[in-house]
Every structure is written in C-alpha cells, then in structure tokens.
Design a protein. Sequence first.
Length: 338
Amino acid sequence: MKFEIGDKVILLHSNEEAEVIDIISKTMVMVDVAGVKFPAYIDQLDFPYFKRFTEKKQEPQKTRSFIDDVKKEKGLLQNKVVDGVWLTFLPVFDTDEFGDEFAKEIKVHLINNTVQGYQFTYSLNFLGEPEFELKNQVHAFEDFYLHDIPFDDLNDNPVFAFDFSLITPVKKMAPHFETSLKLKPKTIFLRIEGMKKNNEATFSYKLFDEYPPKSAEDNIEPPPKSSPNYKLYEASQTRSQLEPARHEVDLHIEKLTDSWSHMSNFEMLTLQLQVFEKYFDLAIAHHLASMIIIHGVGSGKLRDEVHELLRVKRNVKSFVNQYDPRYGYGATEIFFQY
C-alpha cells in the first residue's frame, strides 16, 4: 500500500492538499479536504513533497491598497448545492485467492445537502426484523457516517428507515418526518456494476428534497387566550373536518378500481399500498385504537409489504396476522399508540 492513514497527499486533478483518513481497498482510500470527506483512487494521489520543493517562493509585492480594493469573503454556502438528503453507499472491495475483485462490505453515509440540521432516528431491518438502530444529528451540508454492512447481508432485503425532526424547530414545519428506503439484492448488484463501469466510488438514493411543512391539522391553532373571542375547541372538532377513518380497509384490488384487469402486478401493488397509507394516516389523525387491513392470502406479497411498512411506523404499538373466522389468515389487525 502506497499510502497510510494520516498521510498528507495531493489531489492530482485539483492540486488540493488532503489527508488520508481510511483505507478502503488496494486501489482506493478515503481522504479529507478541509473537512469534506470523499473516496479517491490511489493513482489520482501523490505525496506533496515534490510539489512543495519545486514551488518557487515569490516575494510579496508591496503595493498600496485601498479599502474599495479589498475582496469580500465568499459566503460559506455560495458553492454548496442544495439538492436534498441522501443515503450514500460506498462499497469496499477486496480480492480473492484468484485475484478477482469482490465487494466485501458497504459503508453507509447520510448526506445532508440542505440548509437545515436534523435530529434523526435510523434503523436497519433485515427480513422485517430490526438489526441496527442509531439516534443522532446531522447538520447542514454534513456527511454523517452511519455504519458498515457486510455485503452478504444485503441479500436479506434491507429496509433503511428514518424519522427526522428539525434540530431548531420551525413553527410552520412538521414536527417529524418519516421515510424509508427498501433495496432488493438485484438492485444493489446492478448499481454496483454500473458504478464500477462508470469509474465511480459510490451510489446514492435520495430520501427527500425538502423537509415538509405541517399538515393541515397541525397548522390549526387556537386564538390567543387574551383575545375576547377566545374559545378552546376540542380536537375532535378539528378531526371532524377530515375524511372519516375506517376501522376495516379491504385492499383486494377489485374493491379499489374497476379497471384492475388492465393493470400490471406492479401497478396493482402500488395502488394497494397507496390506499393502505391513506387510511393508515387517517386512522392516526382520528386517534383510532386499532384497525384491520384485509390483504388476502394469495402469494403473501401484499401482506409482507404492509408488514414491512408497519415495522417502521412510529405510532404502531403492535400488529397481528392470525386466524379469524371472518378473514381466515387474510387480514392484519393493527394497534396504535399515541
């Protein structure tokens, strides 16, 4: 290995000085340039000694300067690109006994390319079971390292779930925001192959563009108590303005649309999950104690998708899919917590 952790190096393409902070593989290292960390290929780096030796020091010219000639410092965010919050994967490669390269593990980073800082709860689930959880903060334009995942574990249908909230609360913004990313093993393999073909070091998925505002219900506030017309309304009166919740939601496709026979399996599943999300949110808004989702038996695909979503929902206390005379094993009952 040409470089070691702690070495000072020069980026050949930009002539910037950096420090090696991690060894990724035989051909790649992680470098730090003025607080910005990113992977770099070894053949694009060199030691800075030759550059420093060959540089000729120039005596500064003594010239008079006027206050109007002093350059103004650029704002810190002038060169920053605001393009949302991302989950970035950095594969670490090794070689086997035959000299073939293979992915050994994946380094997972949370990239915040927005002007706001967030508190977050992160959880990783394999085959619907929790594997890893972390609570921390990520500041504006910060790269936050989450953890490493053995590459073989990615065959177990990983789900990366996040619950975000603002470090500094803003009155008109949502109190929290949930999002998740589900990756199939084939998808990960294809992304890595495309990454290697394009000579890239990472691949990423966007979690969200902008932190959302409050919902209509959250934005309803009572007038000040000092107002002569002050009257405190019950929460139930606010909820009465919403569409009614359902204690039982049937997701059989023929119950949702008349044109289902012309839809692909993917389109049908997408519609079923959209309807599930809608009535799940309404159940929360109306503070239901429980609800029943009828998904049928079939291949179990819809049931599994619903169960994976329920495992990362913060208001779900528990759920159960057991035999019931009305539905057989084709329904799941959800119990909420507030």
